[in-house]
Design a protein around this ligand. Structure first.
Ligand SMILES: Cc1cc2nc3c(=O)[nH]c(=O)nc-3n(C[C@H](O)[C@H](O)[C@H](O)COP(=O)(O)O)c2cc1C
Length: 166
């Protein structure tokens, strides 16, 4: 629960790099996510090259933090790995949230940048990174050491909860 409430979108980062061991933990957390029939229909691209991170800002209009983030992880869906068609989106979303929560545990800040279903972003990212046509860039998570602090969110709304019947 503490990681859930500490997690906020962090868009300002210090210039400190993130050790590969921590990136490995982010990936392990992401791949521990639940998926339909345990199909795990995902791929991960670890992005650290400054030029690549900067180029993404020309494709994605709400990703300017990539100019200072030391890294990002792109989560892609691969429908050819599915046993249960159409669930890859939910599977990749679960992996994305797991990664964000692990970032909190590691003292990192991170932000989820939406790629899918915006076709221009999907195509632009696919072309930039040489991703095969059957693989779909889903989300990009910029990460680094936080250079801003935010309050825990509390968004519980009793009126959105329905018991037994609507
Ligand atoms: C599917 C999805 C797409 C998002 N895309 C972006 C984005 O492109 N750029 C960005 O800065 N934040 C993006 N966010 C982060 C949201 O703006 C953020 O989660 C929301 O404002 C709530 O704030 P919090 O994460 O600090 O609790 C995205 C979040 C989700 C779940």
């Amino acid at each position: 629960m503490s990681a859930i409430f500490e997690r906020r979108s962090i868009r300002k980062f210090t210039n400190q790099g993130v050790a590969d061991e921590k990136i490995q933990k982010l990936l392990e957390a992401a791949m521990a996510a639940p998926s339909a029939g345990n199909q795990q229909p995902w791929h991960f691209l670890v992005l650290k090259e400054r030029g690549t991170l900067t180029q993404i800002t020309t494709i994605h209009p709400h990703a300017m933090m990539l100019r200072e983030a030391p890294g990002a992880i792109l989560i892609c869906g691969d429908p050819t790995l599915e046993k249960h068609q159409g669930y890859w989106i939910q599977d990749c979303a679960a992996a994305t949230e797991n990664l964000l929560l692990e970032a909190v545990e590691l003292g990192l800040g991170a932000v989820w940048l939406g790629i899918y279903p915006r076709e221009d972003r999907v195509q632009g990212i696919r072309q930039l990174l040489g991703i095969p046509p059957e693989v779909i860039p889903f989300s990009l998570i910029a990460f680094g050491y936080p250079n801003e602090k935010k309050e825990p969110p509390f968004r519980f709304k009793a009126e959105r909860v329905h018991y037994d019947k609507w």
